[in-house]
Design a binder for this molecule. Structure first.
Ligand code: SF4
Ligand code: SF4
Length: 289
C-alpha cells in the first residue's frame, strides 16, 4: 500500500519557514476532532526548520533541515505506547489526543524529539501531516503547499515508486533514520552531514591582491589525495569532508608548475583555512619544485 513520504531537497530550501507558518496556521487555536488538539501558539512548532552552519571565514555555508515527526515504519513511540499511538495504513503515525491525554512519558519515547508536550491540554503531540486534510481529499499537507521552492514534497508513494525516486534523485537517509524506518528522505544531505573545508587562493600582482581563478586544489590526508577541485571566479574553493580521515589534513594548490602545500588547522570543531596566498604569506606556504 502507498504511504505518505516526505522528500526534502537541501539545495532548494532557503529557510523562509513558510512551511512552519502554514502548519501553525492550521493548528494554533484549531482542534481537529478525532485527529489533534490545538497546537500551542509558542514553543512547540510540530514542523520546524533548523539551520546547519558549516565552514569558517572566508567560506561558509548555511543549509536547512526539517525537524518533525519522521512517521517511522519501526516507530519506538508506537512500540512503547501501543494503546495511544498507531500507524495508519497510509503510513501516518497518529497520537490519539484522547488516549494519550495525561501521558507525559510519550514525549520521551521519540528518539528525535518530534513529540511535544502541550501543557494547556495535557497531551503529547506530533505533526500528523495534516491527516484531517488528506482524508478530506487534499493532495498534500499545507506545509508542502506553502513551500515556494519545491524543497519540501509530501507524496503518497508505493514501494516501487519510492525506489524509482530514490534512485533518480539520489535520496539519502542517516543511519539513525534508516534504523527507524523514517519516511523522510533527503536530497543533497551532504550539506547537513559533512564538514566544509573551504578557503581562498590569492596572488599579489603589481601590489594588488588578485584571486587565483581556475586553479587546481587538492585535499590530502598524508600522501593520499582525498578530493580535487578548482577555484571559482573569486578564488574560493570548497570540499565536503564526509568522514574524518583521522590523519592530518592538508591542501595543495597548483600554480604555474609549483605545488603550495598547507596544513589545515582544526579549532572549535571547525577546519580553518583562510586565504592561501602564494607569494606574501611567507612561512605558511611551501613551494615545492
Ligand atoms: S519520529 Fe518520533 S514520534 Fe515520529 S514516528 Fe518516529 S519515533 Fe514516533
Ligand atoms: S517553505 Fe520550503 S523553502 Fe521555506 S523553509 Fe520550508 S522547506 Fe524550506
Amino acid at each position: 500500500m502507498s504511504k505518505w513520504t516526505l522528500i526534502f531537497d537541501v539545495d532548494r530550501c532557503n529557510g523562509c519557514c513558510n512551511c512552519v507558518l502554514a502548519t501553525m496556521d492550521e493548528y494554533v487555536g484549531n482542534t481537529h476532532t478525532g485527529y489533534s488538539e490545538a497546537m500551542p501558539r509558542h514553543g512547540s512548532p510540530w514542523m520546524n526548520i533548523r539551520a546547519v552552519e558549516r565552514g569558517a571565514y572566508p567560506v561558509v555555508d548555511v543549509a536547512y533541515a526539517p525537524q518533525t515527526c519522521l512517521h517511522c515504519d519501526n516507530a519506538p513511540c508506537m512500540q512503547k505506547f501501543p494503546d495511544a499511538i498507531s500507524r495508519r495504513g497510509d503510513g501516518i503515525v497518529m497520537i490519539d489526543p484522547v488516549r494519550a491525554k495525561g501521558i507525559r512519558g510519550i514525549v520521551d519515547a521519540c528518539p528525535v524529539g518530534a513529540i511535544h508536550w502541550n501543557e494547556e491540554k495535557q497531551v503529547p503531540q506530533n505533526w500528523n501531516l495534516d491527516a484531517h486534510l488528506l482524508d478530506a481529499g487534499w493532495k498534500e499537507p499545507r506545509a508542502a503547499q506553502a513551500c515556494p521552492t519545491g524543497a519540501l514534497r509530501v507524496l503518497k508513494l508505493g514501494d516501487e515508486a519510492l525506489s524509482v525516486i530514490k534512485r533518480n534523485e539520489s535520496l539519502e537517509q542517516t543511519p539513525q533514520a534508516l534504523a527507524l524506518g523514517s519516511r523522510l528522505y533527503f536530497k543533497g544531505a551532504l550539506r547537513l552531514t559533512s564538514a566544509l573545508i573551504g578557503g581562498s587562493a590569492a596572488i599579489t600582482v603589481d601590489g594588488r591582491q588578485e584571486p587565483l581563478v581556475d586553479t587546481p586544489v587538492e585535499l590530502c590526508s598524508g600522501d593520499a589525495v582525498l578530493a580535487r577541485s578548482v577555484t571559482d571566479e573569486l578564488g574560493d574553493f570548497r570540499f565536503n569532508l564526509a568522514a574524518d580521515p583521522g590523519e592530518e589534513i592538508s591542501l595543495v594548490l597548483h600554480h604555474e608548475g609549483r605545488r603550495y602545500q598547507r596544513k589545515v588547522g582544526k579549532t572549535g570543531g571547525l577546519f580553518r583555512v583562510g586565504v592561501m596566498h602564494v607569494n606574501s604569506l611567507a612561512g605558511e606556504l611551501q613551494g615545492l619544485p
